[in-house]
Design a protein around this ligand. Structure first.
Ligand SMILES: [Ca+2]
Length: 386
């Protein structure tokens, strides 16, 4: 009886020891192959995919439709945390409720962006033999002859008015910088907004739209994005919906799950209330369990219209958002710009502080090794006591 008790206690100690060791390993510092600050690089795959890498972030740009996947560079292929931002729809709408943002019931004409051909190009800026910027650019052309079956769905069903937007020009041009980049939104009357793009961890995106088929001067334009935060590739536990979306707004912080579905026939998009004292508005992707913000989608709340003739004017950008069941739709809204064009700056990126804690295989060997040593030690004690 005494021996059984001793054995039970010993086994308990072994289990406890193994547990403690495993925990210590899991909480250890993330393995950084090299410190931040290295220049970005980029590669183009045989399917046209462009991949950008820095010490902090990996970004994969789809070669056929404007869509970015991004994850931490230390996290192999985004096994622990992976995010995506797609540009899925363009629409003309009339702001019937006067909130300055888009709701589904206000749409006049729309087209899924996957209905068009996109060309993806990339390059880098080199100063004194150092890569200071890597860029990639989606350029829209005509209507696709075959539809993209795997494209993220537009919020509105059906093919919409694809031919109506055939000649609309859209350019989505991403930049990642070696150092922090100071940007400014300015027009003929001066500067209206300043912003900082974080070097090595943020992809600043210029969206430029032109030749838009406005049906009246009262119309507005929206680009629908789809933010997805639960596309991690790991096989441990269900990876879906491990994140929540948080907005930091003027009078409230909103938390929502993107697997909720608020969409209704008339539209249930919430108007994003811009924060005061900043021109950068932001939606964070927060890890559910740890409560740590990892990814974000942000935008400058000003855009630049270039009117026919070349005069420039800064205008406000409003956003609305709604969880759609498969992600969070964020609509960026722009006012009428006639036969001119509009230029706007959203961003995607990662917070370096949210880098997942990834234990290396060597740690597992260590855990097993310490466990084995402990087991042998306890067995020796048991044998001696007999
Ligand atoms: Ca509205």
């Amino acid at each position: 009886m005494k021996t059984i008790q001793k054995t039970m206690i010993s086994l308990f100690l072994v289990v406890a020891l193994l547990g403690t060791t495993a925990l210590a390993s899991a909480q250890g510092p993330a393995t950084m192959p090299h410190g931040p600050g290295g220049p970005p690089d980029h590669t183009t795959g045989t399917d046209g995919t462009v991949t950008i890498n820095t010490d902090i972030i990996s970004i994969m740009a789809n070669g056929k439709v404007p869509m970015f996947h991004f994850w931490y560079a230390v996290d192999d292929e985004g096994a622990h945390a992976k995010f995506s931002t797609s540009f899925v729809m363009i629409a003309e709408y009339e702001d019937l409720n006067g909130d300055g943002g888009y709701q589904t019931g206000e749409a006049l004409h729309f087209a899924p962006l996957s209905a068009f051909e996109w060309t993806l190009t990339s390059g880098s800026v080199v100063v004194d033999d150092v890569v200071t910027e890597v860029w990639l650019k989606y350029t829209k052309s005509g209507v696709r002859s075959t539809m993209m079956p795997d494209a993220a769905p537009a919020a509105l069903n059906g093919t919409g008015s694809v031919m109506r937007f055939e000649d609309t020009t859209i350019q989505i041009w991403g930049h990642i910088y070696l150092e922090d980049y100071q940007g400014e939104v300015a027009d003929d009357h001066g500067s209206h907004a300043n912003y900082t793009v974080a070097g090595g961890s943020e992809l600043k995106i210029d969206i430029e739209i032109g030749n838009f088929p406005f049906s009246s001067e009262d119309s507005m334009v929206t680009i629908q994005t789809l933010q997805r935060e639960h596309v991690a590739t790991g096989i441990q536990e269900p990876q879906v919906h491990r994140y929540r979306i948080e907005t930091r707004e003027q009078f409230r912080n909103t938390t929502l799950d993107s697997n909720n579905n608020w969409t209704t026939i008339g539209g249930n998009e919430s108007r994003f209330q811009s924060m005061n004292g900043t021109n950068i508005q932001k939606i964070d992707f927060v890890d559910y369990d740890a409560g740590i913000a990892q990814g974000f989608f942000s935008w400058v709340d000003k855009a630049t219209i270039t009117w026919p003739g070349g005069a420039t004017e800064i205008v406000d950008v409003n956003a609305t958002y709604v969880p759609t069941g498969v992600g969070t739709a964020v609509y960026l809204s722009y006012p009428y710009f006639d036969n001119g064009s509009i230029l706007h700056d959203p961003s995607i990126g990662l917070y370096p502080a949210g880098t997942p804690l990834i234990s290396e295989p060597v740690d597992m060997v260590l855990v097993a090794g310490i466990g084995a040593v402990a087991l042998v030690a306890i067995l020796i004690v048991l044998v001696r006591k007999k």
